[in-house]
Design a protein around this ligand. Sequence first.
Ligand code: SF4
Length: 930
Amino acid sequence: MTIERLTPGSDLQAYPPAERWDDWPEYDVKQWPRRVEKRYLLVPTICFNCEAACGLLAYVDKETLRIRRFEGNPLHPGSRGRNCAKGHATINQINDPERILHPMRRAGRRGEEKWERVTWDEALDDIAARIRKAFVEGRQNEVMYHVGRPGHERYIERVLKGWGIDGHNSHTNVCSASARLGYQLWTGSDRPSPDHANARFILLLSSHLETGHYFNPHAQRIIEARMRGAKLAVMDPRLSNTASMSDYWMPTQPGSEAAVLLAMARVILSEGLHDREFVRRWLNWEEYLREEHPGSPATLDVFIERRLDLYAGFTPEFAEAESGVPAATIVEVARQIAAAGPAFAAHVWRGTASGNLGGWQVARALQLLSVLVGAVGTPGGTSPASWNKYAPKLFAEPPAQRFWNDLLFPREWPLAHYEMSFLLPHFLKEGRGRLEVYFTRVYNPVWTNPDGFTWMEALSDESKVGCHIALTPTWSETTIFADYVLPMGHAGERHDVQSQETHAGVWVSFRQPVLRAARERLTGEKTRYTHETNPGEVWEEDEFWIELSWRIDPDGSLGIRKWFESPYRSGEKVTVEEYYRWMFENSVPGLPEAAASAGMAPLEYMRRFGAFEIKKDTYALHETPLAPAQVQGAEVDAATGVIRKGGAAMGVMIDGVARQGFATLSRKLEFYSRTMKDWKWPELALPGYIHSHVHPEGIDPARGEFTLLPTFRLPTMIHTRSGNAKWLNEISHRNPVLIHTSDAARLGVATGDLVKVSTEIGYFVNRAYVTEGIRPSVVACSHHMGRWRLSERGGSRWAAALVTIDRREDGVWKMRHVEGVGPFKSDDPDSSRIWWREAGVHQNLTFPVHPDPVSGMHCWHQKVRVEKAGPDDRYGDVEVDTRRSMEVYRRWMAMARPGPGPGNLRRPLWLARPVRPAEEMFTAPACDTV
Ligand code: SF4
C-alpha cells in the first residue's frame, strides 16, 4: 500500500521525506474545495495495538498542537511505512470520549462500579505503602504484576527484579506458550522467524497473512514473495482471508495437523528429498541413536532408517483419514516443500498450536519439515527468533530474585513454557496463596481468559486479592473488579522500546509521547512527566514505576531505590529521558555513530526518526566459527562435540571446526529431546502426534456435537482496546457462529437464526452464519466480540452491550443482554451516528480451563453441542456453573506429571523462564521431594 499525496507546490510524494518532518504542509480536507494550508510536525512513534510494533507517524497540527492522524513511518525497518487498520485507528483511541482520563479509586463495594477521582500522589502513596508492608513482612509473593499487551523490552522485568520479587505474570499461556515450547525444544529459541520475502514456498498453520502474528510486517513480505512466484499453503479448518489467497487450502480436522506434517516428513524422507548434508551436520541424530538405540551403528543411514520405521504409520492415507486433506495433496505439498529446499518458510503460532491438547507437538512437527529440507537460517527459510530481535542492555541490572512463586510456576507443570496465568483464580480458590497487591496491565482477564466467572469470583473476594490495580487505557470487564483504575497511554502517549523478529534483520524502535516530543521540539520546553502533555491525566507505566519504587523505599533501606536512581546524577531519581538516553548511547550497536553523522545525540535521533536498523541479513548464525580467543580455556566433550566454558555450552565441533550452533543443550537442532525423557515424558521425546481433546473419536455428530474453534481473529480487531476505536467497531461488530451448509441443513438452521452452543460448563446463545468456508463438523466463532458493561456509562458504548449478571442460589451464573449498541451523546458527533445494534456474544465465559499437561497452554478448542435456540433463549445469553468448571480444571490437572525432576529441580535449568530467579531457587523445597 503506497500513500500518495499531493502537497502544495510539489510533485506526488510516496511519504513526506524525513528532512521535511519539522514542517509538512497539506491542504485541510475539511475546508475543501477551498485550498487552506495546514502545517504539521511529524513525530514518529510505534503502534501499541498488536505485537508487531509497526512504525507510526503522528501528524501534529502546529497551530493547535493536536494530533490530526497517524500514518506509517517509512523509516521503520519492520513495517516500512505500512500499517493495518488498527494502526490508523490509534487516533480513535486517543480521542475516544469513553476513555479514562483521571486516576479513579473504588468508592463502593468491589464490583459495584462506584468510583471517585483521586490524585496520582494519593494513589501512589497508598499502593506503595501496601507493597512496602508486604515486603517488610516477607510477603514478596503476594505482589504480582499481570500483563496483557506487553509492548516493551525488559522494562518491567527490571522493575520486578529491582523489587526482588518473583511477581511477573503474563497472558502467554492463553496465547502462544504451546507453539513456543515446540520451537524451544528444537532450537533453544521459543519463536520462529520466517524469512517470508525470500521464500519459494510458504506453509502457514494459521492466518498470518491476514490477521496473525506480526500481521502487517509478515503480510507485506508474504505478498512480495507471492509476486515473485512463491507458492502459499495454508492449513486451517476455516477459509480465512489468508486461506482464500493460498495455492493450497488444507481444511484440516482440528488437531490433526501434526499427522499431516509427519506424513509430509515421511514423503520427503522416503523419496530421498531431504537435505542430507544439513541433517548430518546439524541434527542431534547421534545423540538419539546413542540414547535410544545404543547397539546400533552410529551412522546417518541407520538414523534415517529408524525414523522411517518410527513414522511408518504416517502414510498420506492415514493423514487423510485423520485430517480430511486428500492424500494426493499431502504428497504434492511435501514435494513442493522439498523443491523449495532452503527457501521454505513456515510458521505456526496460535491456530492449531493454541487450540489443541498437545498443540506444541504441531510446532515440533512443522519445524521437522524445515530441518529436513535444510531451511533453517537460510534466505527464504526460518530462523530462531533470537537472531532477529534486539534485547537492550540496561543502565543497571538488578540481580535475579531469590523467590519462586508457585502461583506462577506450580509443581504440576514443570515444563510450562510461561506462567500458568489463566489458572490464577483456581489457585486462589484452592487456597494456594493470596495476593496483597495485584496489578493488571492493559489486561482484561475476565473477558479474555476462559472461565471468566471464576475470575469474577476470585477478584470480588478481598480475602484473596487485597488490592487490585488496573493500569489501563480503557474501562473493561476487569476494571469493574478493581480498587484503582489508573489511566495509561496508547501509542503516542508513552515511552517504550520494542523490537520484533519480522524478517532476517534486527531493528529497534521507539514509542514516545507525541505531544511531549512535539512541544519540546517546537518550544524547547522540557516536560517533567508525560501526564502533563497527555489528555487529562493519562500517564505512562515507565514513569509510574519509577515514582512507585521511590515511594516503596523512600530512604533506600530496602535496597530497592538504588535501581531507580539516575545513571547521570548520583543518588537522584532517574527520569524516563535518562533511562532511554543511556540505552541509546550504550546499548544499540551503530546508533551513536549514525546519530553523530546526522549531527544528533542518539536519543534525539530516535525521537526524530523513531527506529534504527541494527543488522541486515542475519542468516546462518549457527555456522559462525568461534574465534580462538573465545575457545581459549574451553573444554570439548569427546562424545558430543559440545564446547563448554565455565560449565556453559558455547558451541559445538562440526567436522573439526568450532561453531556457535544453536542455543540448545547439544548446540544442535534437537529432534530428540533428552529434556522430555528426563522430565517424565519419554514417549514424547520426538516430534509426534497427540490426539487432541477434540479428536473426532470423542465427538458424536448424531447428538449435535461439534468442535468449536473459538480462537480466530478478525483482521480489524485487537482485544479489549478495539472497543475504543470507532472505525474498527463500525467495520466489525458481530461474531456469529460459522456453520457448514450441510450441518446447518441437518440442524434446520439458517443464517441469522439463534443457536444454543453448550460446553462442559454452560452455554451461550448466538446467531448462526451458514457458509461453505468452514469444515463440516466444525463450528467457529471469533473471540474478538461479546464486550459487555454492567452500567450505562461503564465500558465502551461503541462496542459493549448493557447486561445483567445474576448468580442463582445454586451458584450458577447467568448473563443476559438488556440493550445492545446504539447511538449515544458525547463530544464526538459520530457517537450519535452508530448504526450497528449488536455487540457479539461473550463465548469465553462458557469455556472451562484446559491446561495442557506439558506446555501448560490453555487448549482453546471445545467439544460443544449445537442446537436451535429455544423459546426462552435470547441473543447474548450465557449461563455457567463454576463448580463444574473447577471439576474440569481438576480433571485436566490430573493429566500433568508434576516435578521435581532430575536433581530435585522445579524446572530444567536450560529452559527459558520469564524473569528468571536465581539458580538456587530452581531447587525444589524438601517437602516437594517426598
Ligand atoms: S499490524 Fe496493525 S495493529 Fe499490529 S502493530 Fe502493525 S499497524 Fe499496529
